[in-house]
Ligand binder design. Structure first.
Ligand SMILES: *[C@@H]1O[C@H](CO)[C@@H](O)[C@H](O)[C@H]1NC(C)=O
Length: 331
């Protein structure tokens, strides 16, 4: 009886000690990640795609203020002009279409002249699009490739073409994925592309570690950007719905389209996009950047944990969030 008691006492001591040790180690790791910064930001160049709006635009201005040489790639002339008007003369804008290899080649040429022998310190693959999204049987093959070409093939093409400049500087690659790269919430090319970005970034990180290049993945939750703009998503859903054959429309019920606004309405988007750009800045300035950053409390506390649970749990949660076909008997 006494032996049992001693054993229990030792065991509870052991558990308590390991918990304290673990907490201390985590705190030390956090501290190290936050306090050791790379030096000489004013001599470093960062190339960012998708700077017309959202995360890219804010990050460009934020890094500009920190003293980085920012090379901000925009899709549109207007995006480039608006950004240039808000930034210091040090920031340079250029036009880039990530689905056009020739356009990327021209950007590499410009950047190469700009950075000289120093090489490129940072590449931020931020450009992306969301639509078309919606139920899978509303889609045609083109709807998938339209998104994959920008969000995945574009990221791969840009990265491959910029790698020689990054190797020169032993720099950083920061790829914007999403919590939708962990959990496929919705049909269409978006989740596929983000799962692809996760996989591409994982192999890139392992392959490039030998050359001193560090790769980080950003996984934002839901934020108010062009990617989550309700009017665009709904206008596109309407296009898909109008195009559907009568039998598929009937299987969803005629009331479904009005309801399908729940796709985006049901999910709250945070307006504070600086939560995400702070992660990107950490990935570019910390001596020990993380491999993965989850942006926003919804990502940290809900989506990422949900992605680790069994499929029947995540299927149930997602089915509660998304609208259901009305007349299920007729399917
Ligand atoms: C981007 O390039 C692709 C391929 O060359 C082209 O089809 C598309 O229209 C271009 N997009 C824009 C906005 O210029």
């Amino acid at each position: 009886y006494r032996k049992n008691y001693v054993f229990q006492a030792i065991l509870s001591h052991l558990i308590l000690t390991s918990a304290l040790l673990l907490a201390a180690l985590t705190a030390i790791c956090w501290h190290i990640r936050d306090s050791y910064k790379v030096e000489g930001l004013r001599q470093k160049h960062v190339f960012i795609t998708g700077c017309d709006s959202g995360f890219g635009e804010l990050l460009a201005r934020q890094l500009d203020q920190k003293g980085f040489h920012v090379l901000a790639a925009c899709l549109t002339e207007k995006g480039a002009a608006d950004l240039a008007a808000k930034a210091s003369p040090r920031l340079k804008t250029l036009l880039l279409n990530v689905t056009d290899s020739e356009s990327i080649r021209r950007a590499v040429e410009v950047v190469s002249k700009e950075v000289g022998q120093r090489g490129l310190w940072g590449l931020v693959n931020n450009a992306g699009r969301s639509v078309p999204i919606g139920p899978t049987d509303w889609m045609q093959l083109d709807d998938f490739t339209a998104v994959l070409d920008v969000n995945l093939i574009g990221v791969i093409d840009v990265t491959l073409q910029f790698l020689p400049l990054l190797k020169k500087a032993q720099g950083r690659v920061v790829n914007v994925a999403s919590i939708l790269g962990r959990l496929s919430l919705i049909g269409g090319g978006y989740c596929l592309s983000k799962f692809g970005v996760e996989a591409f970034s994982d192999s890139l990180r392992r392959d490039m570690a030998h050359f001193g290049i560090k790769v980080s993945i950003i996984e934002p939750g839901f934020f108010k950007t062009a990617v989550t703009r309700l009017d665009l998503i709904e206008a596109d859903l309407k296009r898909l719905w109008t195009r559907l054959p009568q039998d598929i429309k009937a299987s969803y019920g005629t009331a479904y389209f009005g309801d399908s606004q729940g796709f985006s309405m049901g999910i709250l988007c945070s307006p504070d996009i600086s939560k995400v750009t702070r992660c990107m800045e950490h990935a570019l300035t910390a001596y020990f950047p993380r491999s993965r950053y989850s942006g926003g409390w919804d990502a940290k506390l809900f989506w990422i944990p949900l992605s680790y649970l069994p499929s029947f749990v995540s299927d149930f949660v997602i089915s509660v969030l998304l609208p259901l076909p009305k007349d299920e008997r007729s399917i």
